[in-house]
Design a protein around this ligand. Sequence first.
Ligand code: ADP
Ligand code: MG
Length: 238
Amino acid sequence: MGRITLDKVRKAFGDVEVIPPLDLRIEDGEFVVFVGPSGCGKSTLLRLIAGLEDVSGGEIRIDGTDATHLSPAKRGLAMVFQSYALYPHMTVRKNIAFPLKMAGMDKAEIDRRVDGAAKVLNLSSYIDRRPGQLSGGQRQRVAIGRAIVREPSAFLFDEPLSNLDAALRVGMRLEISELHKRLATTMIYVTHDQVEAMTMADKIVVLRAGHIEQVGSPLELYRTPRNTFVAGFIGSPK
Ligand code: ADP
Ligand code: MG
């Protein structure tokens, strides 16, 4: 589960083609990073996969099923944004449980999933607090918890750490990598930070003006960048 393929997927806003026809294969369990400068189409591509934007052409398959025109809820993916809107009046437990409750899941199953997510994310000790009593990193963990309980076939992250300070960012980066190892679920992670890309990815997709410049492992891109754009963007691994 978590195999995603894009076949000639394109996106235009009005007359402006933001993503020219693009092919991409994401394997089950891979940690894939979309990297590229601001405005190159990273978020748009992620939103197309999530179903938050309609494609202008092409096909998206998720685990062998044509998902091109499925609603976001039916795709079995979970998206984690950089600005995570938690409900201020609800405890952490209720914040995480909320989407499941809305979906009509029974309480025993909700509790099982929330307790599981809390354990994996080390947030059991503040499960009864409200968002106002949490640090930025703890809040981001709650947002990830909300995604985990849906047991998605893939997680989609759009620059989830960009609102955190540098020190916290390094810690959260490690936590997300650790989570990926533990869950073994496909993750697509958008960033403009090449250090994040080099340290977290199994596979890096370098984007420029909506098209793919190169796809490869961090080592492949470092050793054999296809052109000066990729070389300049990847720099040296840290
Ligand atoms: P990134 O996430 O890499 O910074 P985006 O995917 O947000 O880039 O944007 C890619 C391009 O698409 C930009 O030129 C942006 O202005 C344009 N764009 C994104 N969303 C819309 C929209 N809803 N309407 C019109 N243009 C958009
Ligand atoms: Mg973006």
